[in-house]
Design a protein around this ligand. Structure first.
Ligand SMILES: C[S@@+](CC[C@H](N)C(=O)[O-])C[C@H]1O[C@@H](n2cnc3c(N)ncnc32)[C@H](O)[C@@H]1O
Length: 314
């Protein structure tokens, strides 16, 4: 995992030099502080670097057209649990978050994508609308709104409400910078769910009928329902993260979530950035998939699990 072999592409961010802030780097098994450039620190890990800082400070030093994919889950609205004094209310989104997203737009490559995982909370019997407003705000900023993926949780967090059910979905909004965003569905093919009924139905389809009656014809019995592996849909069935949580972080990604988008929207060796890194799940996913990565997180305590996670690949 920490192998710094020559086949690994070093992270190159020309001009990205954080002079006086704490940059944490990971070399085999241990963390060290390096008051030097991210370029140097990243070279030590081979694939990526973690920066303990406000992501806006970091982004402002990143050159235009740097990232292939920015993938993140910012603090949910009104999230009081991060203990850093910030309330992450609507005003934080209108002000700080939109400054961050403007930097993301600038630093994305023309073929790059931005995936925003977000869910407005419920309050006073109403579902918050910030999740929808964010889409409009980002479009006004110049992003192209490509897709709204739904992350469906088969086992959602428990709870009982008077007029609401358990919340089992979150959005993953996919934005791009240009119409030529790169897209690799063949990286995430999934087993087809043809059941017996599907097979019978497809045997009767005209194109199948013609195929089996060709002179060279294969017997009807050999007509398959379709390919064994198919493109996934926009509904992602992924369990929430159930692994032990030594950092007590209140909102972690399951590693399958960033993995899906990294595979769908990048190729090995390309650069993925998560500005609100938390427990660095995006880094873990990118590292396993041989993508370069950069992660920012303002609270160092959440990131202490990273060396162990990189070793385990989870
Ligand atoms: C929803 S969590 C991300 C969780 C992450 N996806 C994971 O798997 O652990 C949002 C994170 O953003 C961090 N954060 C808040 N403001 C920040 C800022 N200005 N710059 C960088 N990180 C920030 C919080 O400390 C929190 O850990």
């Amino acid at each position: 995992m920490f192998d710094d072999s020559p086949t690994r592409l070093p992270l190159r961010l020309p001009g990205l030099v954080p002079p006086d802030r704490q940059v944490r780097i990971y070399d085999p098994g241990q963390m060290a502080s390096l008051p030097s450039s991210i370029v140097e620190s990243a070279a030590l890990t081979g694939l990526g670097a973690l920066v303990i800082d406000d992501c806006l400070n970091l982004l402002r030093q990143v050159p235009d057209h740097t990232f292939d994919l920015v993938l993140t889950s910012p603090p949910y609205d009104g999230q009081p649990k991060y203990e850093n004094g910030e309330k992450y209310g609507r005003d934080w989104y209108e002000d700080t978050f939109l400054k961050v997203s403007a930097e993301i737009l600038r630093t994305l490559k023309p073929h790059g994508s931005f995936v925003l995982n977000y869910r407005s909370r419920r309050q006073d019997g109403e579902r918050g609308t910030l999740q929808y407003e964010l889409v409009f705000w980002l479009r006004e900023q110049g992003f192209r709104f490509c897709e709204d993926f739904v992350w469906g949780k088969p086992s959602p967090p428990p709870g009982r409400w008077k007029r609401h059910l358990k919340d089992a979905v979150e959005y993953c909004f996919h934005f791009a910078k240009t119409p030529e965003w790169q897209f690799f569905p063949e990286h995430c093919l999934t087993p087809a769910r043809w059941d017996r009924k599907d097979v019978e139905r497809r045997k009767k389809l005209r194109h199948n009928y013609e195929r089996v009656n060709e002179p060279s014809g294969q017997g009807r019995r050999r007509v398959q329902a379709g390919p064994a592996m198919v493109r996934p849909s926009t509904l992602l069935h992924i369990e929430p993260e159930f692994l032990p949580n030594p950092t007590e972080h209140p909102a972690r990604f399951p590693v399958e979530l960033p993995s899906f988008f990294i595979k769908l929207l990048t190729q090995p060796g390309q650069l993925v950035f998560d500005p609100f890194g938390g427990t660095c799940t995006t880094a873990v996913a990118a590292e396993s998939l041989e993508r370069r990565w950069l992660v920012a997180e303002i609270d160092a305590s959440y990131t202490e699990v990273l060396p162990e996670r990189l070793k385990k690949g989870r």
